[in-house]
Ligand binder design. Structure first.
Ligand code: RB5
Length: 151
């Protein structure tokens, strides 16, 4: 599984922790930045990472900012992206099983490293259930084809 990873300055430290996890698991990833703790704008990170997932170049994305909110809002403007903000393991599992979320977002200023890494682990391992959930995801896709970024 290929992962598109990114953060702004507010999520930089947690992103680096997630890189260690992905390295330990031998998972392929690309770090879309940021590469320092200097202040930057989360949409500038979210857009290329989200496009890389939407195009199929990467299978899933993990995006971190201070709250996980801004970077997720930005990512969800890209057609085909279902970014889910998860700060608990139940939501992380459900976002995969029910929503087929293809980007996980978290806030470094919201949760600790231990919980964040459990969330990453569960989110990466959980598969989409399909069935009735497939129909709902298709309805979301039908809505977004009318309006969102599609590059
Ligand atoms: C940056 O200060 C902060 O606003 C950003 O990381 C994020 O929390 C926005 O949603």
């Amino acid at each position: 599984m290929r992962i598109a990873l990114g953060s702004d300055h507010g999520g930089f430290t947690l992103k680096e922790e997630i890189k260690k996890y992905l390295n330990e698991k031998g998972m392929e990833y690309k770090d879309f930045g940021t590469h320092t703790t200097d202040s930057c704008d989360y949409p500038d990170i979210a857009l290329p990472a989200a496009r890389a997932v939407a195009s199929g170049e990467y299978d899933r994305g993990i995006l971190i900012c201070g709250t996980g909110i801004g970077i997720g809002i930005a990512a969800n403007k890209v057609q085909g992206i279902r970014a889910a903000l998860c700060h608990d393991t139940f939501s992380a599992r459900a976002s995969r099983e029910h929503n087929n979320a293809n980007i996980l977002t978290m806030g470094e200023r919201v949760i600790g490293r231990g919980l964040a890494m459990d969330i990453v682990d569960i989110w990466l391992k959980t598969e989409f259930t399909g069935g009735r959930h497939q129909r709902r995801v298709e309805k979301i896709h039908e809505i977004e084809t009318r309006a969102l970024d599609s590059k």
